[in-house]
Each structure stands twice: as C-alpha cells, then as structure tokens.
Design a protein around this ligand. Structure first.
Ligand SMILES: [Zn+2]
Length: 104
C-alpha cells in the first residue's frame, strides 16, 4: 500500500495519517485539519488515537458537529471499510507519522 499520493485536502500535507468521512473518499483530512473540522483539540497521538468520550479511538468523532472521520486506508481506487481493513493496512496506517516533520 502506498499513501504517498494522498494528501490532506485542506492543507495539502502528504505522507501522514489521513482520515476520511464515513461514506466518502473525499475530502481527506490530516490529524490537524480533521480535529479542527470536528471542533476538537488536536490530541492525536503517534498511533493515530485521540481521547474520545469512550476512551482512545482512531476515529475523529464529534456528534455535536455531526463529524465522524475514519482512518483512511486506501485500496486501489477506493478505501477499506472501517471494519474490513486488513491488519497489515491498519499497521501501515499506524506507521505513518501523525503530523508532518517540523521544518525549522
Ligand atoms: Zn491538513
């Protein structure tokens, strides 16, 4: 799997963990833009987990805003459904950096 061709729709960052809306492949969000979209503080950790109402989760979820973003694990021209992502693709997603490298 390669996610290098996928970028955050809002800020254009590539090579990082991306999230998508549940029923859509576009736009895509990085952790920073996704949490902003959901009106949440960006507390996404290196594993891609954020502290949710019910504990740590890899979904960026804010029911008050109607925002529920899922990890984006591409397969060909589409993406795996949240519950059907193969373990190796979950691992590949988790291995991506959460935020782009800081450029001094
Ligand atoms: Zn972004």
């Amino acid at each position: 799997m390669s996610t290098e061709t996928h970028t955050c729709t809002q800020c254009g960052v590539a090579g990082v963990k991306l999230w998508r809306a549940a029923m859509s492949l576009s736009p895509l969000w990085c952790a920073q833009c996704g949490t902003a979209q959901a009106g949440l503080e960006n507390t996404v950790d290196a594993a891609g987990c954020i502290q949710g109402k019910y504990g740590p989760t890899d979904q960026i979820y804010n029911p008050e805003r109607g925002v529920n973003l899922l990890p984006f694990c591409p397969v060909g021209d589409t993406a795996w459904g949240y519950t059907s992502v193969p373990p190796e693709d979950v691992a590949a997603w988790k291995a991506l950096p959460t935020a782009p490298e800081e450029t001094p």
